[in-house]
Design a protein around this ligand. Sequence first.
Ligand SMILES: Cc1cc2nc3c(=O)[nH]c(=O)nc-3n(C[C@H](O)[C@H](O)[C@H](O)COP(=O)(O)OP(=O)(O)OC[C@H]3O[C@@H](n4cnc5c(N)ncnc54)[C@H](O)[C@@H]3O)c2cc1C
Length: 461
Amino acid sequence: MTNSTQTTDIVVLGSGLTGLTTAYYLQKLNKNFIVLEKQNRIGGVIQSSKENGFLYENGPNTGVVGNTTVVELFEELEKSGKGIAELGGKNVNKRFILKNAKWECMPLGLKDAIMTPLFTLKDKLRILGEPFRPAGKNPHESLASFVKRRMGKSFLDYAIDPFISGVYAGDPNYLIPKYALPKLYNLEQKYGSLIGGTVKKGLREKKTEAEKKVSRKTFSFVDGLGSLTKGLYESAGTDNFILGAENVEVQHSENGYAISYRNESGETVCIQAKNVISTLGAYTLEKTLPFINKNEMSKIDSLIYTKVIEVAVGFDKWDGKKLDGFGGLIPSKEKRDILGVLYMSSLFENRTSENGALISVFLGGVRRQDLMLLNDECVRKVVEKELKDLMKLKDFKPDLFKIMRHNWAIPQYGLESGERFATIEKLEKEYPGLQIGGNLRGGIGMADRIKQGKEMAQKVV
Ligand SMILES: Cc1cc2nc3c(=O)[nH]c(=O)nc-3n(C[C@H](O)[C@H](O)[C@H](O)COP(=O)(O)OP(=O)(O)OC[C@H]3O[C@@H](n4cnc5c(N)ncnc54)[C@H](O)[C@@H]3O)c2cc1C
């Protein structure tokens, strides 16, 4: 039974980074909207915590200033006093890749790629010949096959495989470049070559002032990424948010949409709105949008999400390998029990006391879902063994040890993605006012989420 009814123009489902950015831009456009969030807090997977002098992340650690919306948003937040982005980070370009149990510097350009011990001589010659190789014709070629064809097997094993572990916690044999790395795919399709395309693109394309500020620069925020989501929440107007909204269900009607939820007092509330913007994971949609037919929904919720364990490990005094860089990634060929390590205290100020160290360690991912079954004690043992060995730690007595389990961490954009995107486009035409966003389309990184949030807010107008 419905206890009360409200009306608004737009209902946004979810207050992770996508929902918050959408709300931020709706507010800028003076729209009437309500954000419904299941949890009692905003931010979704982005949560920063402070404990014992450490400032650590529970979800993503750093993003990339990858598009103009990120540049614009961060400038606006800083101007309005709602958050200061920390860009770059010290030694950010110093990244390591493990080969034969030894950390090697990740090559940053063609010269490095020729000098590095990571690739075989045959593949180094192959890399030099990359601009002369014809473009692929199969839009559904796997990332592994794409990379082997253009750059060789050792480049796949010791550059792309660890990169994909770091970004997707995924497997290059499953991911499809057209969907998972569209910029890379388009370089080959447009210019015929990745190396040649990067050079030509840089020379040919004129950039606006905002585009010139787009970069591969890493970002966090002063006080952690939680201050980005807090800044968005406050700017969007906290009164527009309903937290702790359970059993959210949307029904379509002639007048638009009826959105019901159970509030914290256990009452069922109904909201009438002309527009609904979902930013929820694909796995929640069948229940939330029951008016969509099962066959179409199956093309959306077939999306696979990998599970990841993240561990924040802090030391008041560090006596291991010097932490002067971004961190280290571990190729699957090396057969280790962790995916990689981020040197958070090396990247950003105020993450720990002066002589301390804070690192984030990742386990699991598509290839090691078995590790998700480990209890906390076993996770600790794995992390201890790997850090002692790989980070040259004599003693393992951390002053902070926090385990975060993400059961729906990163969606894997595989072969089925084309159908998912097409189905969503069709549904959005069939049901005016409905937008289905979130990380099930448009990219998995924080920069992608910010870009999509703005686009969805503008689309309502
Ligand atoms: C462990 C981890 C590490 C990552 N590392 C990086 C990184 O280094 N760099 C990077 O750029 N990106 C990274 N990402 C990805 C990035 O964090 C996400 O893409 C982004 O934060 C997702 O934001 P979102 O709003 O789309 O989804 P979410 O953050 O998942 O937010 C969805 C929101 O919807 C709410 N919700 C769910 N169901 C309902 C319902 N039925 N009704 C109402 N509300 C509901 C949830 O409670 C949540 O608040 C990482 C992600 C994870 C998990």
